[in-house]
Design a protein around this ligand. Structure first.
Ligand code: C5P
Length: 400
């Protein structure tokens, strides 16, 4: 079955009779595993009510650009960042014209301007309007901007005409949306990714750990699998389900992660260390639960854990090796030191002093540090960022 597992789809509905099919589309997208938020233009609300779309999507429907309540919650910039895909179905001739002009005169066009996510439109209009040179020129402009155009189909139209302009059926749109995420850029490649925290046992009931959610590593694993790679995810304890077509190896401690990584990295093309590995572990694990004594303090002896990503980067042959640097100060400087010290090909650096990005949040903004320079990637969802990073790594591996 077509998979949109874990995808966040912003469904834009504009004012055409095919809007009645958008209600079913919400359901079909959800059946394929996506979460859906709906944005409706004023004209769309003439054909179908926001209440219907709210009930089906399970989320409030967004209708206005300048809505103080919405701006305090899911405003247009947050919606633009939230989306892994902006799908406009139906897309009217008027909407296509406004999109091609880069207008931002309503909520939906503003989101399209602000988003880093791919945009797809499912045109629906009278065949005369579809064939009109103005519409075709607008579509050419959108194609140049990499906007995907799904359909339209040929057939009998609501107005009685016969010809091109019918919106594709919901299941066809789901398939088309899913195909956008399957790039094939890593076909035939093996990718190993570490993710999540590690737990370092103190005694049978206690451990040292950190707040890593594993979201970034899991998003990378999903993107690598979608790009066609044989993907192995070596994961510390997290709450996340294993992405489809990913082989997950579950570990607890840094030492276990180290062993599993060395084993999995045999013959791999790309190794991404997204795990928040504990730097130290207790020198001894007490066999029985440690008891309180009369002292007000307790001193623990810790020993250093192996550096997993550095061990992989010292292998011969060496995979393209990427590390992460979560820093609260001197981001670039520390990332450059890490790149050199661990012999990495790239460091993905993020600033953890900002709570809206990085550790445990859904978004990330990063700087990619390589030997010959640094590139900033602005704030976006971890899924979106993961796909962009995987596309970039795929290019690097092919060039190598
Ligand atoms: O040295 P630091 O922990 O800041 O480096 C972070 C990067 O190194 C991350 O990519 C992390 O996954 C990796 N790392 C590792 N093994 C360790 C410590 C960090 O692979 N023991």
């Amino acid at each position: 079955m077509t998979s949109l597992a874990n995808k966040q789809i912003l469904l834009g509905v504009t004012g055409g009779i095919a809007a009645y099919k958008s209600a079913d589309l919400v359901r079909r997208l959800q059946d394929a595993g996506a979460s859906v938020q709906v944005v409706m233009t004023p004209a769309a609300q003439e054909f179908i009510t926001p209440l219907t779309m709210q009930a089906l999507s399970g989320n409030p429907v967004h209708t206005q650009l300048l809505d103080p309540e919405a701006e305090a919650g899911m405003g247009h910039i947050q919606l633009a960042r939230w989306a892994d895909l902006v799908l406009i179905a139906p897309a009217t001739a008027d909407f296509i014209a406004r999109l091609s002009q880069g207008m931002g005169n309503d909520l939906l066009t503003s989101i399209c301007l602000a988003t880093a996510a791919p945009i797809a439109i499912a045109p629906a209009m009278n065949q005369g309007m579809w064939h009109n040179q103005a519409t075709q020129t607008n579509l050419e402009t959108l194609s140049k901007r990499k906007v995907s155009v799904f359909g339209p189909a040929d057939g009998i139209q609501a107005c009685g005409d016969i010809g091109a302009g019918r919106m594709l059926e919901p299941l066809q749109l789901v398939d088309a949306a899913a195909s956008l995420f399957a790039s094939g850029s890593l076909a035939g490649k093996k990718v190993v990714i570490t993710a999540g925290p590690t737990r370092e046992a103190l005694d049978p009931v206690r451990y040292l750990s950190n707040y890593s959610s594993g979201k970034m590593g899991y998003a990378l694993a999903q993107a690598a699998a979608e790009a066609g790679a044989e993907t192995i995810l070596i994961s510390g304890p997290t709450q996340l389900p294993a992405p489809a077509r990913v082989k997950r190896i579950e570990v607890i401690s840094a030492e276990e992660m180290h062993r599993a990584s060395l084993h999995a990295a045999q013959g791999c093309d790309l190794f991404i260390a997204a795990a928040a590995v504990a730097d130290y572990r207790p020198a001894q694990i007490a066999a029985q639960k440690m008891k309180k004594d009369n002292s007000d303090t307790l001193t623990l002896a810790l020993v250093k854990n192996p550096d997993i990503v550095a061990s992989i980067a010292s292998l011969n042959p060496k995979p393209f090796t990427v590390g992460f640097a979560a820093e609260s100060e001197n981001l670039l400087e520390y990332a450059r030191v890490k790149l050199a010290r661990k012999n990495l090909d790239m460091v993905v650096a993020n600033n953890i002093s900002d709570s809206t990005i990085g550790f445990n949040s859904d978004d990330n903004a990063v700087t990619l540090v390589e030997q010959n320079g640094a590139t900033d990637i602005s704030q976006r969802s971890k899924q979106q960022l993961a796909r962009e990073l995987i596309a970039l790594f795929a290019q690097k591996i092919t060039v190598q």
